[in-house]
Ligand binder design. Structure first.
Ligand code: MEV
Length: 320
């Protein structure tokens, strides 16, 4: 028996970092899809193959839960939780697939969610999306110890969401076409390190940092209205304010600034980094100047990531 599922990546629109601390964020799913295929094996060996990684890895675990490289660790943790929920365990091969370069747009969360969905289907386990979220979130926390879970929600639900920490609220939004240009800054610092750095600043100055998070909550509440109304000039203004606050949190970089400033100079209504910062992606909203803005981002040293947003959530696929 073989089952396969694919799930999309994510782009955090507003509320980065604050969403780790009980505030809401806005996120859209991006159509960079990652796939997990699971098949039963005789015995109790669990094999995890991640050929899409730069250095393909093959991990063989007789008991899930051993220490493993990053992508396989998420898969292992997801498998362990689904086995536990199902009350049964079998020999298993998990093979993941997807774009080799994820741009920080959510490969781990997509792979985790795809693994949960494919394995639940293989074991005939009928899980609601909320149950799948809980299993996937538990798996991610076990591996990286931190995170709001917004990326898992995007992978599961797809579309564009209003999300509150830990899935306290996951609200799909009806939005018009999202006119976004995404730029990759070409570098990456681990999310966990940046979340830890913000936590350190918050320990030093709790009132200041919580104040910043409270302002971000207002930006998200306002931004949600503008997003649904398709008012890109108002939404862009909120993005720029959010970018200023992320700069204040210390997660901006000179290369992100270059891309953001050049997008604004080329006519973007707003531009900001997306996610943890320290590299990865920025995005801009435009009103019809997409080519000019994309050219400006490239000229400033960024890679334009042409990927559809508001993408469909996790789905079962034909297992090849
Ligand atoms: C990372 O992509 C976004 C953060 O808000 C962390 C999280 O929400 O898990 C920094």
């Amino acid at each position: 028996m073989k089952m396969s599922a694919s799930a999309p990546g994510k782009l955090l629109l507003l509320g980065d970092h604050a969403v780790v601390y009980g505030r809401p964020c806005l996120v859209t799913a991006v159509d960079l899809r990652y796939r997990a295929t699971v098949e039963t094996l005789p015995g109790d060996t669990v094999e995890i193959l991640t050929p899409q990684l730069d250095a393909p890895r093959r991990v063989i675990a007789t008991a899930v839960g051993s220490s493993a490289p990053r992508e396989t660790a998420f898969v292992e943790a997801a498998v362990a939780r689904v086995f536990e929920r199902a009350g049964q365990q079998t020999g298993l091969r998990v093979t993941t697939a997807g774009p080799p370069l994820s741009y920080g747009l959510g490969s781990s969360s997509a792979i985790t969610v795809a693994t949960v969905a494919a394995l639940a289907a293989l074991l005939d386990l009928d899980l609601t999306r909320a149950e799948q979220f809980a299993l996937a979130y538990d798996a991610v926390l076990a591996v990286q110890g931190t995170g709001s879970g917004f990326d898992l929600a995007a992978a599961l639900y797809g579309g564009t969401l209003y999300f509150v920490t830990g899935g306290k609220m996951i609200e799909p939004l009806t939005v018009p076409h999202l006119p976004l240009v995404i730029g990759y800054s070409g570098s990456k610092v681990g999310t966990v390190n940046l979340v830890a750095e913000v936590a350190r600043r918050r320990e030093q100055r709790p009132a200041v940092i919580d104040g910043i998070f409270d302002v971000m909550r207002h930006l998200v509440e306002d931004g949600r209205q503008q997003l649904v109304a398709g008012d890109w000039s108002a939404f862009g203004e909120l993005m720029n304010l959010n970018q200023g606050l992320l700069d204040a949190l210390g997660v901006n970089t000179p290369s992100l600034t270059r891309l953001i400033e050049s997008a604004r100079a080329a006519g973007a209504a707003g531009a900001k980094l997306s996610g943890a910062g320290g590299g990865d992606c920025m995005y801009a909203v435009h009103s019809g100047k997409v080519d000019t803005i994309a050219a400006a981002i490239s000229a400033a040293g960024g890679d334009v990531v042409a990927v559809p947003v508001h993408a469909p959530g996790v789905r079962l696929e034909d297992a090849i």
